[in-house]
Ligand binder design. Sequence first.
Ligand code: FAD
Length: 311
Amino acid sequence: MSLLRQPILLLARSEKVKKLVSTMPVSAGIVTSYVPGETTAAAVKATSDLLDDGLRATLDFLGEDTLDVEQADATVAAYLDLLQQLAAQGLTRGAEVSVKLSAVGQAIPENGDKIALENARTICRAARNAGTTVTLDMEDHTTTDRTLATLRELRKDFPETGAVLQAYLHRTEADCRALAYEGSRVRLCKGAYKEPETVAFQDRLDVDRSYVRCLKVLLAGQGYPMIATHDPRMVEIASSLASRYGRAQGSYEFQMLYGIRPEEQKRLAGSGETMRVYIPYGLEWYGYLMRRLAERPQNLSFFVKSLVSKK
Ligand SMILES: Cc1cc2nc3c(=O)[nH]c(=O)nc-3n(C[C@H](O)[C@H](O)[C@H](O)COP(=O)(O)OP(=O)(O)OC[C@H]3O[C@@H](n4cnc5c(N)ncnc54)[C@H](O)[C@@H]3O)c2cc1C
C-alpha cells in the first residue's frame, strides 16, 4: 500500500480538513474529475454521455454512515428519483445503481440492519420496475457479515442483486467460493478502507495475489464476475483467465470509477468487452474524494492547488 495512504485516510477524518475541503465548490477541478455533479440531472447526463460512448454505468448517490431515519429515507427517495429519471430517458438498459447499506440505515444503532434491509428492498423493487438492478457496495470489515446477510435476504426476492467483495480481506477467497453460483453477480475490488492486519493483507503484492486467486474462483465459477480495477496487470490477468476458463465476452464485465483511466475504459469497450463505469454523485462527495486521493497521492499537488485557488 502507498506510504501516504494511511496518513491521508487519517487526515480525512479531521473536521477542520473536512470543513476546508467541503467549502470548495464541486466545480473545483479535482472534485469534478471524480464526481460529475451534485444533482440527479448531472448524474443522468454523465450516464447518457457514457452510454453514447459504448460504456455502461452504475450510479451511487453519495452518502454513508447515516445515523438518522430521515436521512436514510432521503437517500432512498434520491435513488427512486434517479431510477425514474434513468427509465424516463431510456437509460436503464445500460445503467444500474450501487447502494451503500450504511447510507440507508445500517449504522443506526437500533434496528439498523432491519431498516437498511427494508430500504434496500424498496430500491431493488424500483430498480426491477425500471428494468435494472442494484449492487450493494461493501464498506469496512465490521460490516461484511451483516452486508452479506442482507444480500442473502434481498436475493430471496431479487436474485439479480449484486454484491461487492474486497480482495484485501483474508476471508474473501472463501466468500468468492460461496458466491460463485449461477446468476450471482459479484463485483471484485481490492478494497478502499484502512483495515487492521488481523483481517486484511497490508502489502500491495499480497492484495494483488489475493485478487488473482479470487478472480480464478469467480471466473471458473457459475456466476457473473464484475472485475472492478484500474490496475493494468489485473485487467490483463483477468482477460487471460477469462479465455482459459472459456468465458465469452459478455459473460463477465470490467468496471472502473468515473474519471479514472477513461481512455482505457473506451479501449476495453472498443475491444468488445462490457465496461461499466461507477458514477458517484451528490453533495456528500468528501469521503469518496478522500479515498480516491489516498489511492493516488500523485494527485495531491493538483488537489492542494484547487484548494488554494478555490476555483
Ligand atoms: C466499480 C468499482 C466499485 C468499487 N466499489 C468498492 C466497494 O464497494 N468497496 C470498496 O472498499 N472499494 C470499492 N472500490 C474501490 C477499490 O476497492 C479500490 O480502492 C480502487 O479501485 C483502487 O484499486 P485498483 O484495483 O484500481 O488498484 P490500485 O492498486 O489502487 O492501482 C493500480 C493502478 O491503477 C491505476 N490507478 C489507480 N487509481 C488511479 C487514479 N485515481 N487515477 C489514475 N490511475 C489510477 C494506476 O495505474 C495504478 O498503478 C470500487 C472500485 C471500482 C472500480
